[in-house]
Design a binder for this molecule. Structure first.
Ligand code: ATP
Ligand code: MG
Length: 193
């Protein structure tokens, strides 16, 4: 039977407690059956910027972030599909399977919506929910149907954490211990910038 599913996409390089807090807020505010942290395979807008951690590691870390959390799961759909990642393809895949989709984004990501692949079509197909993110205001997005979610968001980003880890500095509790152990065991490294 069709479900109401939240798609919260990202690079998750690495996943952190800010992602989890945003997903929890969306799960509770939107009456979703499930919210999926969809791990991008090759996010086309980030490709030329830096080398990403291998997708299977980003997926494994995201699974650890949401392990045992009710109603929140990691999705490998974009990795299994392979190639460049376009959210619209993911949305259509879920809708074709009979699900209702709500696209969940942090306020910074929402600002870029009009630059996404096939943005007009995406705009017609989905409801969008935007979660507060410290330091980012929700931009004007006239044509999109936007549900704003107020949340006790955390001021943390993967870029900050990569930079701290590359300097050997503590990530100050923003990465759960299971994810931190995974990073240590697999010796994942992020180069200095
Ligand atoms: P990077 O710094 O590499 O861009 P990030 O922390 O922004 O990493 P992404 O994987 O780019 O993480 O983001 C995935 C989704 O999570 C986006 O919609 C983003 O807006 C949202 N998000 C990330 N961190 C937070 C946070 N602290 N609070 C609310 N939303 C967040
Ligand atoms: Mg980001």
């Amino acid at each position: 039977m069709g479900q109401r599913i939240g798609l919260f996409g990202g690079t998750f390089d690495p996943p952190h407690l800010g992602h989890l807090a945003a997903a929890l807020a969306a799960r509770d505010a939107l009456e979703l059956d499930r919210i999926l942290l969809v791990v991008a395979n090759e996010p086309w807008q980030k490709l030329d910027k830096r080398a990403l951690t291998a997708a299977h590691h980003r997926l494994a870390m995201t699974e650890l972030l949401v392990k045992d959390v009710d109603g929140i799961e990691a999705s490998d759909m974009e990795i299994v599909r392979g190639g460049l990642t376009y959210t619209i393809d993911t949305v259509i895949q879920f809708q074709d399977a009979g699900h209702e989709v709500v696209l969940v984004l942090g306020a910074d990501a929402a600002g870029g919506l009009n630059s996404w692949e096939r943005a007009e079509e995406l705009c017609r197909l989905v409801q969008v929910a935007v979660v507060d993110r410290p330091g980012h205001r929700l931009p004007e997005l006239d044509t999109w149907s936007i549900h704003k979610i107020s949340a006790e968001s955390l001021d943390v980003s993967s870029s900050q954490l990569r930079s701290l880890m590359s300097e050997g500095t503590s990530t100050a509790g923003n990465i759960p211990s299971a994810v931190k152990s995974y990073i240590d065991i697999h010796q994942l490294k992020w180069p200095r910038h």
